[in-house]
Design a protein around this ligand. Structure first.
Ligand code: NAG
Ligand code: NAG
Ligand code: NAG
Ligand code: NAG
Length: 454
C-alpha cells in the first residue's frame, strides 16, 4: 500500500486547512458593518417561496432591549401582577369569541391592550397593523424598537399549546420591551375546532433563566418546543388565514391611517414622528395610498439608521429591493431607481413620485385610510392574499404615492429555491379563486383596467 511519510501528511493537512480558511473568508467577507448583528428573519410575506441566506447563530440586534435575564419568579410575579390589572392573557376567556364571516375562526379583539394604546392612538395619525403566527413573533421587539407609536397585532393560535406559548411570549415582550407594553395591542384568532386541538400543558413551566431580553428569538424557540407533534401536524394540514389576520389587525387600529405590514417588516427609525409630520399636511386622503419602499438587508449588515446608510448598503450589495431576485413583480412598480435618486438627506418626509407602471401582483406596503378594500377572506394560505387587495385598490381607482426618506427592511437577502408542494397547492387554490374575484371587482367598480394577468 502507498504510504505518505509522516511529515508530508501534516503538510497536506495544513495546506487543506489554509485553503478551507481562504474559502470561508471568500464566502463571508468581513464587512465592517457586520459585527453588531441582526436577527434571523425567515419570511412571512406573501409571494414566492424564498429563503434568506442566514448564517447560524446570528445574534439578535443588540439595540432592542435592556440586558437582563428573567427568572421564573420574576415572570410569575409579572403574570400575577398583570392578572390584577387585567393586562395579560390571564383574564381572557377563550371559551367564547366573535366569529369571522365564514364561521371558521373565533376572534378575541383587544385581548391585551397596550398601556398607552388609547392615548397613543390619539397622538399618532398612523397605526401600524401587523400579524403573525407564533413562530414569527420574535420580530415584534425590533419592529417596536423603531415604531414608537400604536401597533395593532393579530396573533394566530392553533390550539391551547400555541395559546400558552403566546401567553408567555407576549408577557415576556411586555416585560422586556417598554414600547411593546405601552403601544402594542394584541388580538387573537383561533380556529373553530380549537377545543378539540391538543394542549394540556401544565403551568407553570420550568422556565428558570430561559427568558433573556437580549434574545427574543432564542426565548421564543425555547417556548415553541412546548408544542407537541399533534399541534405541528394540525398546522401543516391547515392553512394560515393571512387575510383574516390582516383584517383583524387593521380593524384594531384606532388612528386615522393604517400602515399594514407583515411581522418581519421593520420600519425605519423615527418614522412615526416623520410620518406624522407628513400626514398632517396631506391633501389627498380618499383613493390615495402612500407606499413605503421595502428593502431586504443582508443579515451581516446592521440596520440602516437612515436612507443614506441604506444607499451605502445597496452600493455594497448588502441591501436591495425586497424580492428583487425571487419575485420582481412584488415591488417593481415602486420604482426604486427613481426613489434612490433622492439622496436621503431630505429633512422631512415627502412624496418622491407616483407609481405610473402598476402591474399585476404588485404588493407594496402602504399607509392609507382604513376605508381601503378589505382583504378578501376567501384567500387563505399563500398566494393572492395581499396583492389581490392591492389589485382591487387599483381597479377602484387608487393612486399610489411613494414616500421618501422613510423605508422598511426585511432581514435576509432572498434567493430562489424550490417551493414546497403544500405552498404550490395553496397558491393554485387561490389562483382559481382569483378568477371569480377578478370578475366580481370589475363588475363592482365598473372598470376593467386591462392589466396583463401573469
Ligand atoms: C390569573 O387569574 C386567573 C383567573 O382569575 C387564575 O386562574 C390564575 O391562577 C391567575 N394566575 C396567576 C399567575 O396569578
Ligand atoms: C408610545 O407611543 C407614543 C406615540 O404615539 C410615544 O409618545 C410613547 O413614547 C410610546 N411609548 C413608549 C414607552 O415608547
Ligand atoms: C422608473 O422611473 C424612470 C425615470 O423616471 C422611468 O424611466 C421608468 O420607466 C420607471 N420604471 C417603472 C417600473 O416605473
Ligand atoms: C441633498 O443633497 C443634494 C446633492 O448632494 C443637494 O443638492 C441638496 O441640496 C441636499 N438637500 C438637503 C436638504 O440638504
Amino acid at each position: 500500500m502507498f504510504r505518505l511519510p509522516h511529515g508530508s501528511l501534516i503538510k497536506i493537512v495544513i495546506v487543506l486547512l489554509f485553503v478551507n480558511i481562504l474559502l470561508l473568508v471568500k464566502v463571508y467577507p468581513p464587512y465592517k458593518s457586520v459585527t453588531n448583528g441582526s436577527s434571523r428573519h425567515p419570511t412571512n410575506t406573501d409571494g414566492e417561496k424564498t429563503k434568506a441566506t442566514v448564517p447560524l447563530n446570528c445574534p439578535y440586534h443588540s439595540d432592542v432591549g435592556p440586558q437582563m435575564t428573567m427568572s421564573t419568579t420574576n415572570l410569575e410575579h409579572f403574570i400575577s401582577e398583570s392578572n390584577k390589572t387585567k393586562l395579560t392573557f390571564a383574564n381572557i376567556d377563550i371559551s367564547y369569541g366573535r366569529w369571522d364571516n365564514q364561521h371558521k375562526y373565533k376572534i378575541k379583539d383587544f385581548a391585551v391592550v397596550g398601556e398607552q394604546y388609547t392615548e397613543s392612538s390619539k397622538i399618532s395619525l398612523i397605526c401600524l397593523a401587523t400579524q403573525s403566527s407564533v413562530e414569527r413573533l420574535y420580530s415584534l421587539p425590533q419592529v417596536a424598537a423603531n415604531w414608537i407609536g400604536p401597533m395593532s397585532v393579530a396573533l394566530f393560535s392553533a390550539g391551547n399549546e400555541e395559546y400558552i406559548v403566546l401567553k408567555y411570549f407576549v408577557t415576556y415582550m411586555r416585560l422586556c420591551f417598554p414600547n411593546v407594553k405601552a403601544n402594542a395591542t394584541f388580538h387573537i384568532l383561533f380556529p373553530q375546532e380549537y377545543e378539540s386541538l391538543p394542549g394540556h400543558l401544565t403551568e407553570p413551566l420550568n422556565i428558570q433563566k430561559k427568558f433573556n431580553c437580549r434574545n427574543p428569538e432564542k426565548t421564543l424557540k425555547f417556548l415553541l418546543k412546548l408544542r407537541t407533534a399533534k399541534t405541528l401536524e394540525w398546522r401543516k394540514r391547515n392553512v394560515y388565514p393571512q387575510n383574516h389576520m390582516r383584517n383583524l389587525a387593521r380593524k384594531g387600529c384606532q388612528s386615522k391611517y393604517v400602515f399594514l405590514t407583515d411581522i418581519d417588516i421593520i420600519p425605519s427609525v423615527n418614522s412615526v414622528v416623520q410620518l406624522n409630520n407628513f400626514f398632517k399636511t396631506v391633501d389627498c386622503e380618499k383613493n390615495c395610498a402612500y407606499v413605503i419602499p421595502t428593502f431586504e438587508i443582508d443579515v451581516r449588515a446592521s440596520f440602516p439608521q437612515s436612507k443614506e446608510s441604506l444607499l451605502a448598503l445597496t452600493k455594497k450589495g448588502l441591501a436591495r429591493p425586497f424580492h428583487e431576485k425571487v419575485f420582481i413583480y412584488n415591488q417593481y412598480a415602486t420604482n426604486f431607481s427613481k426613489w434612490l435618486t433622492l439622496k436621503g438627506n431630505e429633512t422631512s418626509v415627502s412624496i418622491s413620485h407616483i407609481v405610473t407602471n402598476f402591474e399585476f401582483l404588485y404588493e407594496p406596503f402602504y399607509i392609507a385610510l382604513d376605508t381601503v378594500p378589505i382583504h378578501d377572506e376567501r384567500f387563505t394560505g399563500y398566494g393572492f392574499t395581499r396583492n389581490s387587495q392591492v389589485y382591487e385598490m387599483y381597479v377602484a381607482g387608487y393612486k399610489f404615492y411613494v414616500l421618501s426618506p422613510v423605508f422598511t427592511c426585511h432581514w435576509g437577502l432572498q434567493r430562489k429555491q424550490a417551493r414546497p408542494a403544500w405552498r404550490e397547492q395553496q397558491n393554485n387554490a387561490n389562483r382559481k379563486k382569483f378568477d371569480s374575484f377578478k370578475s366580481e371587482i370589475f363588475a363592482r367598480y365598473k372598470n376593467d383596467p386591462h392589466i396583463k394577468v401573469k
